[in-house]
Ligand binder design. Structure first.
Ligand code: URA
Ligand code: SF4
Length: 213
């Protein structure tokens, strides 16, 4: 199955899913959207009011900020893939419960497997927890690390930036690191073999302080 077909299959299942109680209060499930060829996958928390109405991720105020952040690194929504940890809106935007996150986890894992993104950006604490366990966002935000076989960067949730001006700047700065991390990920994936004539430098340092791995 192509990645496009896999993503379409997940979206179809999500749209009629009743694996957890969040199905009861939803207007529309929000499977996520973007290109099957995305090099970068953004994972948020869960749909809010506007997302639930439209069936699309990040279309409210937090989504407007996300659009601005994407534009700041010359990306459009159609260049990436955007999804959430839970695909249905928790009542009154409460935090998703552990059992809801685990009920929905298989859809997220299948989206990741379909996309095989070069870089995964977690937005907020619930997607961060999937890859970074109990680490603190204040300590690790904006730094690339290899987790579960993927290069991941944890970022503050864009909605947090709407409430706190200093965080808005932090998120903007963290976003600017994304192109460099993608370039580094591409370089590693290409694994350019050294020419025999080139002397092998011992203990060569990686370029920049990407703190990968
Ligand atoms: N916040 C999220 O985490 N996801 C959305 O889709 C919208 C707002
Ligand atoms: Fe299904 Fe996920 Fe919606 Fe729960 S949140 S009903 S598991 S799609």
């Amino acid at each position: 199955m192509s990645s496009e077909e896999m993503l379409r299959e997940v979206a179809a299942e999500v749209s009629t899913c009743s694996k957890c109680n969040l199905c009861k209060g939803r207007t529309k499930a929000v499977p996520g959207e973007g290109t099957p060829n995305a090099k970068i996958l953004f994972i948020g928390e869960g749909p809010g009011f506007h997302e639930d109405r439209q069936g699309r991720p990040f279309v409210g105020p937090a989504g407007q900020f996300l659009d601005e952040l994407l534009a700041s690194i010359s990306l459009k929504r159609s260049d990436v893939f955007i999804t959430n940890v839970v695909k249905c809106r928790p009542p009154n935007n409460r935090d998703p419960l552990p059992e809801e996150i685990s009920a929905c986890n298989d859809y997220l894992d299948r989206q990741i497997a379909a996309l095989k993104p070069r870089v995964i950006v977690t937005l907020g604490r619930y997607s961060m927890a999937k890859f970074f366990g109990n680490e603190k966002i204040s300590a690790i935000h904006g730094r690339a690390r290899k987790k579960n076989g993927y290069i991941c960067i944890a970022m503050y949730h864009p909605a947090a930036g709407l409430h706190q001006a200093s965080l808005k700047d932090t998120i903007r700065e963290d976003f600017k690191k994304i192109p460099l991390v993608i370039a580094e990920a591409e370089r590693m994936a290409a694994e350019v073999p050294l020419k025999v004539s080139e002397p092998v430098k011992p203990q060569e340092e990686p370029p920049q302080q990407l703190s990968l791995f």
